[in-house]
Design a protein around this ligand. Structure first.
Ligand code: ADP
Length: 637
């Protein structure tokens, strides 16, 4: 096959376009990306060579070379890793867009990205970032184990097309050759390259090497000096996770965090430990400060990197941590696992199981510690990752209590912007209070203003205010905390009033029947409320019914939610109800009672965030009542 010109996939073209025209900050990350690709290719090469000796091709250690050429204006990043065949290169660099590309494009075009350039750093922008600094990129590659004549040359100026042609390459692996733009030639400078490697790629396990020329002072007679060229390794290659904790500096932790997380920000907590005993492993894990943009995407990669005896086996081992801790970044190294461990082996491996248990415990312990030692930092962590953590209540039965201890909620007793733990809530419960009360709402403001809270306030009972759609599901999963059951203030026939209420039930009984009769099928029941204080009425769901927030969410997702009738509760102490009751006693057929029944129901609908059945009729009725009141004692024509 000879030279062939191909079109980039549309998304790749768009990405290139944006890369070239919009991404001005952090241009230097192109080098991090290329070195990281080279390191991946070396990992793959080493991994495949475990089962196929021939792939070594007699070469020693894996190595990444930087070759700046000032005369030609090119920078080459060379590796002796796995390399690519012609088909692979066409796919990888042009015709297949990576799964995250669409989301990335969306983000790039948004204001969010313009205001927060660090978001871009969270993406593996990858190979195409080369075009931020290069006019033309050439990739010369040969798959390990193939003939020197089976190499391929890929070339593009990012003009919508690329070419591929057969080539000859003696050594296995890949050369990425960037013809730098006129004003990006600084990337040929030795110190600039050193700095960038140090900054982003210091922990790459393979040497990142560069030929460096120094002038040594000449001997006495010869003042000119001699130029000596040596190859220097620019990165320290330290396997930080294997070092004892005491020997690692904060700065080293930070650098390594950036390397494993691709996050330019900082981490909130580091969890570094070595387990000894029957299963030995080292683990360096991080709790990040800020949630990555794609934390809730289906293809979000779960789990830390897994190393076996200094060899990277996978960059995300999902068997090492449960999905509800997927925000944790880092690395685990075990010397007990076999090197050629496969996915299936990992999934059913006893040792992996032990590591997961231990790592999960360590992470939950670290979070608990953070909560006690630095509540503000923990609060911020919770804002970022609380939702993910909550998934654990559903999926990790065994550790439910421990996860419940980590939950934070606003409540009727917390100051604005503050939260409480369940333990503190329970500690504040008055003797008479038997249940943990909670209310779900779309926002804190809405929840706090809810009429359903009136009687609780009056009794001095604290109510947790939950604003996350999944909270209702979560507490019903949990059922109870420290033997105190959860009770939604929106549901069920609550009784905070005691004896007085049974008297009232008696007194209002017949009027309630009348209201129920007028409302017909609209409500399941009309009853005296145990939860109202100031409002006249409210609608209440049955204990087993769906939570209103959950219902809203399901409806928004287009799911059908069966309509369930609710109970209309009336406030027996409200002047309106008292007056209605008096009228009822005087004349059971008073037409006003029927009309008011409907208005009470409409009010209740408004209070729960809905709208009256017939808004026009409602507005007319209210206007008429207002007119009556306004014209009292005044002569109106
Ligand atoms: P990513 O690295 O996130 O997959 P890139 O755009 O950086 O995305 O690279 C695309 C693909 O090209 C890689 O997944 C890999 O298959 C291939 N590739 C890139 N650089 C190299 C290299 N140096 N050696 C072998 N394959 C490479």
């Amino acid at each position: 096959m000879t030279t062939e010109t191909r079109q980039f996939k549309t998304e790749v073209n768009k990405l290139l376009e944006l890369m070239i025209h919009s991404l001005y900050s952090h241009k230097e990350i192109f080098l991090r990306e290329l070195i990281s690709n080279a390191s991946d290719a070396l990992d793959k090469g080493r991994y495949e060579a475990l089962t196929d000796e021939a792939l070594h091709e007699g070469e020693g250690e894996g190595k990444i070379q930087l070759i700046p050429d000032k005369e030609a204006g090119t920078l080459t990043v060379r590796d002796n890793g796995i390399g690519m065949t012609r088909e692979e290169i066409v796919e990888a660099l042009g015709t297949i867009a990576h799964s995250g590309t669409k989301e990335f494009l969306k983000l790039l075009e948004s204001r969010q990205a313009k205001d927060n350039p660090e978001l871009i750093g969270q993406f593996g922008v990858g190979f195409y970032s080369s075009f931020m600094v290069a006019d033309e990129v050439t990739v010369l590659s040969r798959r390990a184990g193939s003939d020197p004549g089976a190499a391929v040359r890929w070339q593009s100026t990012a003009d919508g097309t690329f070419t591929v042609e057969d080539a000859v390459k003696d050594t296995k692996g890949t050369d990425v050759i960037l013809t730098l733009k006129q004003d990006e030639r600084a990337y040929l400078d030795e110190w600039e390259l050193r700095n960038i490697v140090k900054k982003y790629s210091d922990f790459i396990e393979y040497p990142v090497a560069m030929a460096v020329t120094r002038t040594q002072p000449g001997t006495d007679g010869d003042k000119k000096g001699i130029e000596v060229t040596t190859e220097e390794t620019l990165n320290s290659r330290k396997a930080l996770w294997l070092k004892p904790k005491a020997e690692v500096t904060e700065e080293e932790y930070r650098e390594f965090y950036r390397h494993v997380s691709h996050d330019f920000g900082d981490f909130a907590k580091v969890i570094h430990y070595r387990a000894e005993g029957t299963t030995e492993f080292s683990s360096l894990l991080y709790v990040p400060k800020t949630a990555p943009w794609n934390l809730f995407y289906k293809d979000f990669k779960v789990g830390p990197m897994l190393y076996v005896r200094r060899v990277q086996i996978t960059d995300h081992c999902e068997d090492l941590l449960p999905p509800y801790l997927r925000f944790i970044k880092g690395v685990v190294e075990s010397s007990d696992l076999p090197l050629n461990v496969s996915r299936e082996i990992l999934q059913n491996n006893k040792m992996v199981e032990v590591i997961r248990k231990s790592a999960t415990k360590k992470v939950l312990d670290a979070l608990a510690e953070m909560k006690t030692d630095d509540p503000d930092a923990y609060g911020e962590f919770y804002r970022q990752f609380g939702r993910v953590l909550k998934e654990g209540l559903h999926f990790d039965f065994e550790r439910r209590e421990q996860i419940a201890d980590l939950l934070l909620f606003a409540s009727t007793a917390t100051e604005e912007g503050k939260t409480t733990t369940l333990a503190d809530y329970v500690g504040r419960m008055p003797e008479a209070q038997k249940e943990i009360y909670y209310l779900t709402g779309a926002s804190l403001a809405e929840a706090a203003a809810s009429p359903y809270l009136e009687a609780f306030r009056d009794m001095g009972y604290e109510v947790l205010l939950m604003t996350d759609e999944i909270d209702d599901l979560l507490v019903s999963n949990l059922g109870q905390y420290r033997e105190k059951p959860f009770q939604s203030v929106l549901k069920g026939d609550l009784d905070l009033g005691g004896e007085k209420r049974s008297e009232q039930k008696e007194a209002y009984g017949k009027l309630l029947d009348l209201i129920k009769d007028r409302l017909g099928n609209e409500v399941a029941e009309v009853r005296v409320s145990g939860r109202l204080k100031d409002s006249a009425v409210c609608l209440v769901r049955a204990e087993g019914d769906m939570d209103p927030q959950m219902e809203k969410m399901l409806k928004a997702l287009g799911q059908e939610v069966p309509a369930r009738k609710r109970a209309l509760e009336i406030n027996p102490d409200h002047a309106l109800l008292k007056a209605m009751s008096a009228r009822f006693e005087r004349n059971r057929d008073d037409p006003l009672l029927g009309e008011y029944s409907q208005l009470l129901f409409d009010q209740a609908l408004l209070l729960e965030g809905g709208r009256p059945k017939d808004p026009v009729a409602f507005a007319k009725a209210v206007a008429r009542l207002m007119a009556e009141r306004a014209s009292e004692g005044i002569a109106v024509d």
